[in-house]
Design a protein around this ligand. Structure first.
Ligand SMILES: [Mn+2]
Length: 159
């Protein structure tokens, strides 16, 4: 799959247990998201949204926020195959991404807006629930792979 060429280029599948296929049948079903806690050289959380037959992915160096308005850096990384959403395991030492991968949260999401600078969606996970935003940082000021990830206030009026 053309879209996944970066994913395949980085990995050695004769040694890594990571998934190779992106064939989850999803007709008529809600799109999924997954967050994988990845104990690599630096602990991070890989946030992935199903879109166009792949998992669009960001690496978040700190724990994803459950409360609104706590902003986390999210670094855009290569698209992953859909089957990666079920992956947990140990990537052997010496390989790209070596370390333990565990599913930290998983569920479905409802897309509200997918723009080149801003993505807004409702997450329906076990840990993360509610409206979240990915906001791209200005490329002139920073690396163009840098985004912010945060929960949006619910704007509920408590009476
Ligand atoms: Mn990772």
């Amino acid at each position: 799959m053309e879209k996944l060429s970066k994913y395949f280029k980085k990995r050695n599948f004769s040694k890594s247990p990571e998934p190779k296929t992106s064939k989850r049948h999803k007709a008529g079903k809600e799109a999924i998201f997954v967050i994988q806690r990845h104990q690599a050289t630096h602990l991070h959380y890989d946030f992935r949204l199903e879109k166009d037959g792949v998992l669009k992915s960001w690496a978040i160096p700190k724990e994803p926020p459950i409360e609104p308005n706590i902003k986390r850096l999210a670094i855009r990384v290569e698209d992953h195959p859909l089957d990666y959403a079920d992956f947990e395991g140990e990537i052997p030492q010496g390989l790209y991404g070596a370390g333990k991968v565990e599913i930290w949260d998983k569920g479905t999401y409802v897309l509200q807006e997918w723009g080149s600078q801003k993505i807004i969606f409702e997450l329906k996970g076990n840990r993360l629930k509610g409206n979240y935003c990915l906001l791209r940082l200005k490329p002139k000021l920073t690396e163009d792979k840098n985004w912010l990830f945060f929960k949006v206030s619910d704007f509920q009026s408590d009476t």
